[in-house]
Design a protein around this ligand. Structure first.
Ligand code: T5A
Length: 225
């Protein structure tokens, strides 16, 4: 059996990393094999592209060139991390994937959506996520959380966090549009609640959309594995 591919999406500070870690723990406690990975990055070469993109090094080339670099990183990530794990029956929890390029470079960066869809068909092909959880919250709340996290660990504002409010508002709408256009794959999670409540909403979405995974987890607990 192949693993399930679950992606987490949303604007800045939506709480993706926090919730991915909680879902990983929940699945592992139930005997499931899981890897957590992220984009841009997730394989050694893709992490090199990540450093260049998030430092703003590619910004002068324009949003289309940035989109190409995100896809170059994604190609390597799929090849070396995601596909091998899924083939071994390991579930993949990925912090951002193609919807980020659609939302950040497409809707917010004005790259033609048909161009992005064309590259996505070539690079991602059949490796679409089984489920995409879109963590939604008001832009100001997300940016405040991202600020607090940076203050806590001394990071600097990256290439995209530094964009203006209008960019982030377009981003939020872009994610809601993606969810409306692909309701079979996407679930919007109200992320403007405390982490326990968000975690509960995510688990309900898993039970509703991937009942095999929730049931397999339950069986593993029942059999003490
Ligand atoms: N990008 C990426 C593109 O432009 N195109 C692409 O194709 C791709 C793949 C990646 C950047 O690259 C862009 C998008 C991004 O700008 P990143 O460093 O990987 O950047 O960062 P992000 O993915 O944006 O993730 P963040 O770390 O900003 O946010 P998370 O992971 O969504 O949030 P998290 O869990 O770290 O939480 C942020 C803070 O809020 C607190 C946490 O403790 C933390 O301090 N928090 C909560 N506080 C209150 N209530 C809750 N429910 C909370 N949940 C978490």
């Amino acid at each position: 059996m192949t693993g399930f591919f679950i992606t987490f999406e949303g604007g800045e500070g939506a709480g993706k990393s926090t919730q991915i870690d909680r879902l990983r723990r929940r699945l592992e406690e139930r005997g499931q094999s899981v890897i957590v990975t992220r984009e841009p990055g997730g394989s050694p070469r893709a992490e090199e592209i990540r450093a260049f993109l998030l430092s703003g090094g590619a910004k002068p080339f324009g949003a289309f060139a940035e989109a190409l670099l995100f896809y170059a990183a994604r190609f390597d990530h799929l090849e070396h991390t995601i596909r091998p794990a899924l083939m071994k029956g390991i579930h993949v929890l990925c912090d951002r994937f193609s919807d980020s390029t659609r939302a950040y470079q497409g809707a917010s960066g004005n790259v033609d959506k048909h161009l992005i869809e064309g590259i996505e068909r070539v690079v991602v092909g059949n490796n679409k996520p089984n489920l995409t959880l879109i963590l939604d919250l008001p832009v100001e709340a997300g940016l405040r959380r991202a600020d607090l996290r940076r203050e806590g660990n001394g990071e600097r504002v990256d290439r995209f966090e530094g964009e203006g409010l209008a960019f982030h508002e377009r981003l939020r709408q872009a994610y809601l549009d993606i969810a409306a256009n692909e309701p079979g794959r996407c679930v919007v999670i109200d992320a403007d609640h405390d982490p326990d409540e968000v975690e509960a909403s995510i688990w309900r979405a898993i039970q509703g959309r991937l009942p095999q995974l929730a049931a397999a987890s339950r069986d593993a607990v029942a059999h003490g594995s």
